[in-house]
Design a protein around this ligand. Structure first.
Ligand code: ATP
Ligand code: MG
Length: 216
C-alpha cells in the first residue's frame, strides 16, 4: 500500500474487526493501520478471506470496527451518531460494489444523480456532463440498467460514486464481474478520474496488473 507525507483522505488506526464469538469467532482485521493519501489511487490486494472487504466497509462507515479507529479526513467515524454517519457517508464518501447495485427502475441519468437527489442537492449540469463524458455514457443516459452491458453498468456505478464530489471513493473489486476488457476499461476510468479530478480512490483488486496511472 502507498504512503504519503500528504494529509490522508481517510485512514484506519489499529483496526480490529472480530465477527462472531467463541468457537465461531473470526478476526478479520487484527490491528491494521493504513493511510489512504489524498489525490491518489491506492490498490488493496490480498488473498480471499484476508479482510479486504471488511477493511473497505469499516473505512467507509458501512460497518463498525470492534476496536481502533476509522477516520475520513479528521473525522473519527465512531464519534458520530447514526444520523451524522449517514450524512457523512452521503456527502463525503462514494462506494462502488462488485455487484453494480443500480436501481433497475431508474434510467442511467437518474441512477447517477440519485445520491444528490436523495441529499436534496442541486445537480451541477456542467459537472454532470463532464462525468457522463468521462464514463462514456452520453448515448445511454435514458436507458435502464437491464439494457446495458456489465461494463456499462459498472461505469454508471463509478459515475454515481463520483457524482456528489466525495472526498474518497472506495471500490470493492469493481471489475470482479466483468470480462478482462471491460474490467480494464473501468480501471482506466477510475485512474483517469483520480488524475483529472484529484479525487481519492481506494480499490480492492485481485488482478495483478498495476494501477492505471502512476501514483507518484
Ligand atoms: N458477516 C460476517 N460474519 C462472520 N464472518 C465474516 C463476515 N464477513 C466476513 N467474515 C469473515 O471475515 C474474513 C474476512 O472476510 P472479507 O470478506 O473481509 O475477506 P476478503 O479479503 O474481502 O475476501 P474476498 O477476496 O474473498 O472477497 C473471512 O474469514 C470471512 O469469512
Ligand atoms: Mg471481498
Amino acid at each position: 500500500m502507498t504512503t504519503s507525507a500528504r494529509h490522508p483522505a481517510a485512514r484506519v488506526v489499529d483496526a480490529v474487526k472480530v465477527y462472531g464469538r467463541g468457537d465461531t469467532e473470526v478476526r478479520a482485521l487484527d490491528g491494521v493501520s493504513v493511510d489512504f493519501p489524498a489525490g491518489r489511487f491506492t490498490a488493496v490486494m490480498g488473498p480471499s478471506g484476508s479482510g479486504k472487504s471488511t477493511l473497505m466497509h469499516c473505512a467507509a462507515g458501512l460497518d463498525t470496527l470492534t476496536s481502533g479507529a476509522a477516520l475520513v479526513g479528521d473525522t473519527d467515524l465512531s464519534a458520530l451518531d447514526d444520523r451524522r454517519l449517514t450524512l457523512l457517508r452521503r456527502d463525503r464518501i462514494g462506494f462502488v460494489f462488485q455487484a453494480f447495485n443500480l436501481l433497475p427502475t431508474l434510467t442511467v441519468a437518474e441512477n447517477i444523480t440519485l445520491p444528490l437527489d436523495l441529499a436534496g442537492r442541486p445537480v451541477d449540469r456542467e459537472r454532470f456532463d463532464r462525468l457522463v463524458d468521462t464514463v462514456g455514457l452520453r448515448d445511454r443516459l435514458h436507458h435502464r440498467p437491464a439494457e446495458l452491458s456489465g461494463g456499462q453498468q459498472q461505469r454508471v456505478a463509478v459515475a454515481r460514486a463520483f457524482a456528489g464530489d466525495p472526498d474518497v471513493v472506495f471500490a470493492d473489486e469493481p471489475t470482479g464481474n466483468l470480462d478482462s476488457r471491460s474490467g480494464e476499461e473501468v480501471l482506466r476510468l477510475l485512474g483517469r478520474t483520480v488524475h483529472e479530478t484529484g479525487r481519492t480512490v481506494v480499490m480492492v483488486t485481485t488482478t495483478r496488473s498495476p494501477p492505471p496511472t502512476p501514483t507518484r
